[in-house]
Design a protein around this ligand. Structure first.
Ligand SMILES: [Zn+2]
Length: 396
């Protein structure tokens, strides 16, 4: 987007080798040739500019051996700290930032509370957080930002972010201009999936649906090994799958969407209608655990709505693995350490609705409910910056 390095651009083969190495950490030249389908000569040409730039290191003293002759293998290792990135998850309540290396290992983290939601105010906060995190770290060379809503990763534009109240904000260009660092912007759930695909639950899986349950219901899809972006930055909108045509109004203007039933606001509104005003989402989970019938019913409906939504996704794209996460039941957005026990309330209802609605073999998808820490979101944003750096290395 701007301010990239002046290094010579990698060939397509070079980019493939660099991607392979960033994901694996190190590899012998033989393994690189095998995994990329390139000749040994092409591997040599591919790694040379990266060795010269200090991003790779070659060693021949690894204990493992290369082939049947028992020669020492020439290992190529990523110098993961040589290029560092800052990942920032933007929410309506706070910014959560991390510094990571090329292997997405978190080196530092910081949060900033958000007051004014206007783009100018939040961009000021992002720039301040970036300045704080990059102090004393000359290796920091790029930024990844994760924002909920309709985000065009190709241009860095935020088209529509309902929870921030943003429309058409040139976020990437503005942060790049203010910081002088290449800046990538991605939808927050797709950013999370990008991180999980490389370093988390998505490793080795070619089709995965990642569903986040909380203020909104988000979803990102990995299909045939590719993160699905959709034609206009919208894909996998499980939150607006129709569950009940007579159901509650959704902020999108429709009625009975998954999000209207299972989003935090919908849950609290229906508890209010039952006479329970002023609760937090954690209070509802506590009431349900103690057997309070309204809380049990409202959370059961929420779980069934999520289960129906993910069955729809599974029926459409055939996900082999479905991960449900998010601040969900019982964790406020500012709680960086979601309580795993909070998921027990929804889990059986999600699973039973999924089993009922999934068609045929789609029901074989493994469903995993798990807590999510905000550091994971920020790390996902960092993973997008790493991916962008590796993919566009040397190109302006
Ligand atoms: Zn809706």
């Amino acid at each position: 987007m701007s301010a990239r390095s002046a290094a010579p651009a990698l060939s397509p083969a070079g980019t493939r080798v660099f991607q392979q190495l960033v994901r694996s950490g190190d590899a012998s030249r033989t393994a690189l040739a095998r995994d990329t389908g390139l000749t040994p000569g092409a591997i040599t040409r591919a790694v040379r500019p990266l060795l010269e730039a200090g991003l790779l290191l070659e060693t021949g003293d690894r204990a493992s051996t290369d082939g049947a002759l028992g020669r020492p293998a020439t290992m190529v290792t990523v110098q993961a700290g040589a290029h560092q990135v800052i990942g920032v998850k933007v929410t309506a309540d706070e910014l959560f930032g991390v510094v990571s290396d090329l292997r997405c290992r978190v080196l530092d983290e910081a949060t900033v509370p958000v007051g004014d939601h206007g783009p100018e105010a939040i961009i000021d906060l992002i720039v301040g957080l970036v300045d704080r995190l990059r102090t004393g770290r000359p290796e920091v060379g790029s930024i990844g930002l994760a924002v909920s809503g309709d985000v065009d990763a190709a241009t860095g534009h935020v088209g529509y972010s309902p929870f921030l109240g943003w429309r058409d904000v040139p976020l990437g260009a503005e942060v790049a201009r203010r910081t002088g660092l290449a800046t990538t912007v991605e939808n927050d759930v797709r950013a999370l999936l990008t991180g999980e695909r490389w370093y988390g639950v998505g490793r080795g899986i070619s089709s995965l649906a990642l569903v986040t349950v909380g203020t909104g219901i988000g979803c990102a899809l990995l299909v045939n090994g590719q993160v699905v972006h959709g034609g206009f930055g919208v894909a996998g909108e499980v939150g607006h799958v129709l569950v009940d045509p007579e159901g509650p109004l959704c902020h999108c203007g429709n009625r009975g969407c998954v999000e209207a039933i299972a989003g935090s606001a919908g849950i609290l509104e229906r508890m209010g209608q039952a006479g329970f005003e002023g609760l937090g989402i954690g209070d509802v989970a506590e009431l349900a655990r103690s057997g309070q019938p309204d809380a049990v019913r409202v959370l059961a409906e929420a779980g069934r709505a999520v289960g129906t939504g993910i069955a729809t996704i599974a029926n459409l794209v055939g996900a082999e693995h479905i991960v449900i996460t998010g601040e969900a039941i019982g964790s406020s957005p500012s709680d960086a350490h979601a309580d795993e026990q909070d998921y027990d309330v929804m889990d059986p209802h999600v699973r039973s609705a999924f089993e009922q609605r999934a068609f045929g073999s789609a029901a074989r998808a493994a469903i995993e409910l798990r807590p999510l820490r905000f550091v994971d979101w920020a790390r996902g944003a960092a993973a997008c910056a790493v991916e962008d750096f590796v993919t566009h290395y040397g190109r302006s």
